[in-house]
Design a protein around this ligand. Sequence first.
Ligand code: S3P
Length: 424
Amino acid sequence: MKNVTPAINQNLKGSIIIPSDKSISHRALMFASLAEGKSVIRNCSKAKDPMSTLSIFRDLGVDIQNIDENTIIVNSTGKLKPLNDVLDCGNSGTTMRLMCGILAGQPFSSTLVGDESLSKRPMKRVIEPLSLMGAKISAINNCAPIQIDSAQLVGIEYSSSIASAQVKSCMLLAGLHAEGETVYKEPYLSRNHTELMLEYMNADIFSDGVITKIRPSILEPREISVVGDISSAAFFMAAASIVPNSDVVLKNVGLNPTRTGILEVLKKMGGNIEILDEQVVSGELVGDVRVKYSELKACTIEGEIIPKLIDELPVIAVLATQAEGTTIIKDAEDLRNKETDRISAIVNELKKVGADITATEDGFIINGKTSLNGGVEVDTYHDHRLAMSLYVAGLICKKEILIREFDWVDISFPEFETLMNSLM
Ligand code: S3P
């Protein structure tokens, strides 16, 4: 495993193309595998998480070919034929939870396994509602490995207590193979890539925001172009906002309104952000984002914006160390159930570099503006987003920091360091 030291006193200038969205890439691979015929996926993410999804569908008998750097062809009969009954989701929660929904209505048994971190993450949130649909699904202590046996599913109306796109997608995918209608309600709108892509592939689906209805459907193969990942772009938005004299253009950023909480927050904090050249690609809004250094002010982040920036909260904590005043983040208790407990992890590590940050049960409180001393070694907790958030903090420390086991970035963003270096 490699350790990394971010460069200090280096402003960021220039433009980069943001690599493919992880959430959309998972869905493109999954839904293309469920459709009968040939789908072409352009700009699919090659990061480790979506590659876990890809190898699972190969294990389920789907012909998936990497044609070139940019193109994946999925040739499917629309029916899954397992070559292997143990399916490895690696580190990917999205793979595991969405696969539960896909596998629950299949005429064969399978077992989903994951790495050490994924095997500790809560799966009751999908096991419980799928069981109400008649699924035969079980896991000791509601953690992976998850055993799924063949069952005939029936559509239900389900109101989720959490705003989770993974739970919503799991239920909608189960609804594709259930008798009658499946209705899913969520407390706040979470990312809606599943709804958009299923609609694009001709599923019988209707959504008015927090309520989505789906009926059994045959998916049609499509050409899907995956836009850039705003959750990856967020590290560059944060870095350019806090490193003095920075001015960057981030190209091809997905701007689906269920993901743009980071833009709303940066604007609220006084960030210098401009959106250029918006267009729609495969049903998703995309554009270029220009970000310049600016003096930031604190804000409160709570309620319905949380699902729109859930993955950005660790790097927002870094931003808040450079904002004048007290930033309060609330209603984000699910951060404790991510690749690691992201509340404890970011608080521990930012304290080490000199931030004034305190954990609460459902978020954190940061007093700024603080000049970060650095000069320490920090840990990634085997979490890609922790690693990149700490890298951004490292750019503004007075003394260099060393980030241990930085390779975890490969889970979502293997190009991170190369792109960062290209802006220096
Ligand atoms: C994801 C949904 C989010 C997010 C994760 C990816 C998805 O999880 O944190 O990185 O692709 O659906 P939850 O929906 O469980 O909050």
